[in-house]
Design a protein around this ligand. Structure first.
Ligand SMILES: NC(=O)c1ccc[n+]([C@@H]2O[C@H](COP(=O)([O-])OP(=O)(O)OC[C@H]3O[C@@H](n4cnc5c(N)ncnc54)[C@H](OP(=O)(O)O)[C@@H]3O)[C@@H](O)[C@H]2O)c1
Length: 314
């Protein structure tokens, strides 16, 4: 298949491009910047330059490449992940306008399928129960903070637009809700390791529970979705074992031969970072990967947090 990857230089971008190439696909990687073209070309994919916020330009790119499928990895967050709501502004623009322009371009050019990145926070924030969430659960959780719904509205709006595609045109839309990235190649995970090594890794109180995923597994699941995903379907791409943030960070510290990290009351975390306190303190969102395993014929190579943490250097 000829596949165009938007966000080819993002954190999951190069692993996805490489996995598509390994799968025998003819891959084109989109970047706004000619200087990043070399990074894409080094993989063996063909770089193409364009900006998804420029509706006409992205329409021309899609028309020219004429791919069978598009993978949209259009998320742009601070290098070490967001800690304040205002840091979502560029991502909001990308989800609201960029993804819409890319989808419209795909529909106009008759691209057969578009697979879009989302994230498990689309389920919402706060305690969402102890039973792993399924794709069939409606959006159960509220925004991270009061009057902080813009990021969640934009993310969920992007998901709905993609999932609704294919009803009136030939472009089937598929959404992948990736778990929290971790392991090699993930800047926020590398920062966490550095802090843990210096005994500076704090654990917010509040009992957060999350589902994680390694980039290798993101890449393989994305290829599986390009090849076998069904239009209009949402898939959770997470590992097999949701884990409390405290247990996770204790395991990181143990792997690095450091003492257990210090617990910080969530009220204190909230003063410095209301978003961080909501996402990594209060949110309990175990997620199920049963549907992706069953329908995409995919299973994570790193099935739990221990298998990734075991690869971290001491
Ligand atoms: N599930 C998760 O845990 C998750 C998900 C996403 C991000 N994160 C974290 O957030 C941090 C940042 O990663 P990121 O992937 O969001 O950001 P990033 O590394 O800045 O990547 C943004 C991507 O979007 C592309 N892009 C941005 N605006 C564009 C536009 N107008 N037109 C076309 N392409 C555009 C960029 O392409 P060019 O710059 O090449 O033009 C780049 O490929 C990392 O720590 C990452 O681990 C975590």
């Amino acid at each position: 298949m000829k596949v165009l990857v938007a966000g080819a230089t993002s954190v999951p971008g190069i692993p996805v491009v490489e996995a598509l190439l390994d799968g025998g696909h003819d891959v084109f990687g989109l970047t706004r910047s000619p200087t990043k073209s070399d990074v894409i070309a080094a993989t063996g994919a063909t770089p193409v330059v364009g900006d998804v916020l420029d509706r006409r330009e992205i329409a021309d790119v899609v028309e020219t490449v004429a791919p069978d499928a598009i993978v949209s990895l259009l998320t742009t967050l601070p290098k070490y992940g967001p800690m304040q709501l205002w840091q979502f502004r560029p991502a909001i623009r990308l989800w609201r306008d960029g993804a819409t322009n890319l989808l419209a371009a795909a529909q106009h050019a008759g691209v057969r399928r578009l697979v879009a990145e989302s994230v498990v926070f689309a389920y919402g924030y706060g305690p969402l129960g102890s039973v792993p969430l399924l794709e069939s659960d409606p959006y159960p959780g509220p925004p991270p903070v009061e009057r902080g719904s813009a990021m969640l509205d934009a993310l969920r709006g992007m998901e709905r637009a993609v999932l609704g595609s294919g009803q009136l045109n030939d472009t089937a839309g598929i959404v992948l809700r990736y778990g929290l990235f971790h392991g090699a190649g993930v800047p926020h995970a590398e920062l966490m390791t550095r802090l843990a090594k210096l005994w500076l890794m704090p654990v917010p109180g509040g009992g957060a529970v999350h589902s994680w995923i390694a980039l290798d597994d993101v890449a393989q699941a994305t290829v599986a979705a390009v090849e076998h995903g069904l239009g209009g379907e949402l898939y959770n791409i997470v590992d097999d074992e949701p884990v409390s943030f405290r247990t996770y960070l204790n395991a990181v510290a143990a792997q690095l031969h450091r003492p257990k990290p210090l617990g910080i009351p969530n009220a204190l975390v909230r003063l410095a970072s209301p978003y961080g306190a909501a996402a990594f303190g209060r949110t309990q969102a175990p997620i199920s990967n049963a549907k992706a395993k069953r329908d995409l014929h995919w299973a994570p190579k790193y099935p739990d947090y221990r298998s990734v943490i075991a690869t971290m250097g001491g």
